[in-house]
Design a protein around this ligand. Sequence first.
Ligand SMILES: *Cc1c(COP(=O)(O)O)cnc(C)c1O
Length: 428
Amino acid sequence: MYSFEDEQNRVATTPWAAIPQEKWNDWHWQIANRITSVDELSQVIHLTEGEKEIISKSLNKLRMAITPYYASLMDPDDPRCPIRLRAVPSLPETVISEEDLFDPLHEDVDSPVPGITHRYPDRLLFLVTDQCSMYCRHCTRRRYAGELDQPRKQEEIDAAIDYIHRTPSVRDVLLSGGDAFTLSTDRLEAIIARIHEIPHVEIVRYGTATPIVLPQRIDDELIQMLKKYQPVWINLHYNHPKELTERSRQSLAKLADAGFVLGNQTVLMRGLNDCAYIIKELCQRLIENRVRPYRLYQCDLSQGIAHFRTSISKGIEIIEHLSGHTTGFAVPEFMVDLPGGGGKTPVHPRYMIGQSDRQVIFRNYEGVIAKYIEPEDTSSLGCPDNCTICDDRQERGLDQPKVGLEKLYAGEAISLEPRDLPRRKRKQ
Ligand SMILES: *Cc1c(COP(=O)(O)O)cnc(C)c1O
């Protein structure tokens, strides 16, 4: 593990050698001193003239901004260093491949007001800023991230909060961006306090990569503020075990000690982490640091990131290597976020390999094949008389309008049809 001492030794070889510790440890200093030009970058890692030219060319796609802390983790001599791959622009980013889409997840299409994507029935995504402390080269939201490198305008924040107010089906609000934690603590609190007051909002969760790229952000001021608004769920974005430095782990300990629930979302990336052992190491180190691996994402179809994409089978293979082989809660769920706003869809290795009347055949992680025998009578007994959850489902917010298969199960339909089914049009 990369210790504080390693960090100090490395920083001594960079232009920040003479920066006093108070500054290095101050997240405002880190943001103000991000690397944004090729010249600055070449003082921290070795770049050939050719590489410098390539990086300059790629800069007009998605802004480069690398915190001195994260830059100090880079291997100066190895262009395939995972830290460098995440932070340093490369030529393939300028290539738009045939399958690339500007807004693959339809975040702008499924947006009732600027800054909000309301896709799922009971929860929504609220982009409070386009600023990140560092811009990841694999960013799915690169059409938006870093465009202004600023918090969202106050009128838009107001309109978004107003939308949440008048939409009682929303019980879960996900604050992201950009990076929600790049907002000043006061500005963030001004948003959270207002959301917290909305009676139908049960949880607020945060998407942030600051513990990875700017662990200094996890300061006492932030912790004390967030503690007022429990429950706090935070999803982090570690992609590689190298990112779990001593400083980064210390920020995780602060968050976990404050009682916040920590999860992690990893993006599967070719040449960076597309190996079962890298992901296994990452996930095992995460649970050691009280972070639950939540998801492993297939790389989206955003423009300019085709070089990072793996096959979907790679993700399945990785899960195959984890499930059963390591702690259950060290295994993330592998997800594909479907183009066109189809949403996050889980993909699993196939464990059920046969089925007859009452017999279901499985294979397990070791390759053992076994059968499970179902009871003779599996018909539902209906709800027990002493249970009122169904009766109260309206008040409890459990009864959303039925969609998809639910409609079939509920007897509201016997089939689901595409809107433009040609044989229906023939009838008229
Ligand atoms: C990912 C996402 C969410 C949260 O999804 P979960 O599966 O509940 O984690 C909510 N809204 C949007 C638009 C998202 O992309």
